[in-house]
Design a binder for this molecule. Sequence first.
Ligand SMILES: NC(=O)c1ccc[n+]([C@@H]2O[C@H](COP(=O)([O-])OP(=O)(O)OC[C@H]3O[C@@H](n4cnc5c(N)ncnc54)[C@H](OP(=O)(O)O)[C@@H]3O)[C@@H](O)[C@H]2O)c1
Length: 193
Amino acid sequence: MRIALFGTGGMASALGGQWTRHDLTVSGRSPSSAAALAAELGAEVLSWADAAARADAILLAVPTTALEALLTPLDLTGKVLIDCTNTPGATGEPVAARIAEYAPGASVVKAFNLAHVDVWRMTPPLFEGRPLGVPLCGAPEAVEVATELVRDVGCTPLPAGGLDRAALLEAAAGLAIGLWFDGLDARSMLMSA
Ligand SMILES: NC(=O)c1ccc[n+]([C@@H]2O[C@H](COP(=O)([O-])OP(=O)(O)OC[C@H]3O[C@@H](n4cnc5c(N)ncnc54)[C@H](OP(=O)(O)O)[C@@H]3O)[C@@H](O)[C@H]2O)c1
């Protein structure tokens, strides 16, 4: 798969590092950061537009505030956009829905937003012997692509509905991050008998 990493920070580095069997490109606003990450991953640095044109799937690993200016000039028709973003405390229109508006013709999936970047660096992310489950909400063709990429990380894909349900993942992240910041064990609330 041809995967474009948009962003050169923690999430692009962690997830890109799990996907090196794929054809990766790196795009960022800082040429030196993009070059460093590309060297780390054995990837090529491309402009946003060139990377978008070449990619099957694009990981959006930038702040949510950057998305509109980044995506609206690009032709993303037929591309899968993987939205791992979080905006703790935000209210209003869900980010994944806004991405779909900024990129008409693309297929969007919300994924990888519920775990900390350090978890995405684990090979694989196993907890008490069980692989991490990764909920996916999005368009069916985008969920299919994300399913493969979740398996590449050694995790279990959890298809959780369409893009209309992505807001639930955004809210869940907001709740969990709030608990973690308060020093509480967010994971403990999801145990089942
Ligand atoms: N960190 C986590 O544990 C975690 C977990 C789940 C989801 N997420 C989400 O994943 C996304 C990326 O997080 P991260 O931890 O990778 O952040 P990060 O390490 O701060 O990296 C952010 C990247 O976005 C770039 N960027 C910032 N503003 C930009 C703009 N206006 N236009 C273009 N690029 C811009 C930064 O470029 P510069 O280097 O030039 O600033 C950097 O390459 C965020 O939405 C975050 O909420 C993070």
